[in-house]
Structure formats: C-alpha cells, structure tokens
Design a binder for this molecule. Sequence first.
Ligand SMILES: *Cc1c(COP(=O)(O)O)cnc(C)c1O
Length: 380
Amino acid sequence: MTDIHTPRSPARLAVEAVRALSPYVTGKPMTELERELGITDIVKLASNENPLGPSPAALAAAQKSLADIWLYPDGNGHELKAAIARHHGVSLEQVTLGNGSNDLLVLLAEAFLSPQVSAVVSQYAFAIYGLVIQATGAVAKVAQALPEDSDSPFGHDLDAMLAAIDATTRLVYIANPNNPTGSWVSDAALRAFLAKVPDTTIVVLDEAYFEYARRFGCTDGADLLASHPNLVVLRTFSKAHALAGLRVGYALSHADVANMLNRVRQPFNVTIPALAAAEVALADPQQAVRAVALVEQGMAQLAEGLPALGVKAYPSAGNFVLADVSRGGLSGAQVFDKLLRQGVIVRPVGGYGLPRCVRITIGLADQNERLLAALKHCLD
Ligand SMILES: *Cc1c(COP(=O)(O)O)cnc(C)c1O
C-alpha cells in the first residue's frame, strides 16, 4: 500500500471529495484466499451470487455472441431495451442500461448531484450509495435506521428519511430489500412514502433482490412509475439471474430522467455477451424460480442451524442473512477471519457499523452445511 498523504504524492492533485473516499470492499474472491492461505475447496457465501448459475439458454447466447466481439456493441442496446420494456409494460424511452446496476447508481449521481445539493440514505444502507454521493461532493444525509428490536431490525425508517429531505435534496435511496440488513419496506409504507416525497427529489428504488423479495409482498416498483415521475427503479441481472460476472442491470424511469442518464452514460457500457445473455435470461423466468426455491430451503436450514449455535439471524427478504455471531465474545471480523481459515468466505460488515455481525449468502444445501460446521468450530 502507498501513503497518499505524503506531501509529494500525486494523490494531492485529486479532487477533495475523492481523496476523502474509502473504497468499497468487495467480497473476497476465492482465488485470493487460495493465494493467501493455500486453501482449496472453498465455499464463497460473500457476494449474494446465485450458486445455481444462469439459465442454460442465457449462457448459450453469451457463448454464441463471442463470435461478434470484434465489433462494438449496439450502443443503444436496442434489443435488450425492447425486451425489458415489453417485460415491464413501459416504453423503450423509459429504460436505461447499465454495466451492472452499480453503473446506474453512478450515472444517477453524476446527473443529479453536485456540491450544492444533498442526497438522503438510511443508516446501514447499501454502501455504494454513500460512495457515489460522496464522489460528487454532494452532502450525504444519513437518516437513523429503525432500532434492532423493531419489526424491521436495522431497516429504513421512512419517516426519518422524509424528515431528512429538504429543498436541496435531489436523490433519496430506498433499497428494497436492503443489503446487508435484509430488511424491506411494505407495499403500503412505500406508497405512503412516495406520496409525501416532494417532486424536487428523485426516489431511487433499488430492487436488486426483487425476485427473492416478491414472496414477502414487496412492491414491483415498475407499477408505480406512471403515477410518480420522480421514481427510478433499479434492477440487475447479477442476483437471481446469476449473471454477476457479465455486469448488466437497468433503470426504469420517466423518459426525461432516462434522457439525462443517457447523456452521462458511456456509449458502449454494456458488452455484447451481456446484452445477449440478459435478453435470454429475461425470457427464462424458470431459473429465478429455482433460485427462489433454493433460497427458501437454505433460509430454513439456517433458521434451524444458526440459533442452535447461539447465532441470531435477522429477517431477510434477500438471498442472504445478517447474523450476529458475537455470542462467544468474537467480533464479526474475527469470525470472518476464522471462517476463512476453514475455507468459508462470508462478508464482515463492521464497515457498516454492524461489528457484531457477518452477512452470509444462502448457498447450496451442502455449502450451508459447511458454513454451519465451520461456524460451530469457530464459536466453540
Ligand atoms: C448487488 C447489489 C446491487 C448491484 O449489483 P450490480 O451487480 O452492479 O447490478 C445493487 N444494489 C444492491 C442493494 C445490491 O446488493
């Protein structure tokens, strides 16, 4: 590591907002653990990926598309956008494609934020929101989350978020469900919130885990677009569709918002294999149905296994659980480290202000079993 604070470091030339950023810490890749500890047979339950993999038809489409990769992709992503528009019953002009939904979070910040304005997030919200806000120099207003002993532990407090919105607020972020807490907002609460947000604030509704969250009654944000011109719904192919490595997601919004996003979007931000695979994945909902069934089974497995180890798991509408592993006096970071030594990668969440917890992605039955056995070994 270098020290960017030495007087001659070229880092001093970077803009203030960027020098103040702490970079996002991603889930530990299996290859890194292999290099560092020489461990093989690793189970990665750290990045909310879908272990069933993508629809075979989507994979075949990506492979077939490789013959064309000497060409630039369609800069408009017309075919995929048309498929998405049909899927959601919106117009083509309301769809913006992104290099993962992460890309769209960056584009929204670039288009709507500046040092003169603010954005509102909940405490414990997905960390990328804070990063993209900070990078623009805008003021990030953090609304305190609901308490741990509430119906929605660590969840978004929509009243507190509304109270934090003022005339300078251009974006407010709702992750439904939120990562890493797994918390979600009810359909009624979300509708009541939207009715009260002023039209000078854009609501970014991040539905990365939509397919998993449906059985908890979570809203389909696309249904609310017609009545809320200030709503932006984010979806991704990374989670239930299992295309995380291809990087493709999209925003649904008012056509004028999409117009603004397209001004800052790189012309070729989604690759040819990603465009091809996503279009087919959208038309093959069975793969997501299988993913949801797997997560339901895995949740039941952990709901039995974790409390037996004295580990508290919080309710989750995603394909992951936030778990308090502090019962033996170890921090989440220490348990993360001990699990690594047994070849199991989870996600420490101390950076979120949840030092007693780790986030565990639901895996295949035998992977969940490995996790439970390794946790038992750590905590005993
Ligand atoms: C994983 C995730 C995303 C986006 O991931 P992409 O791979 O960039 O589409 C967005 N929001 C939340 C809350 C997530 O957990």
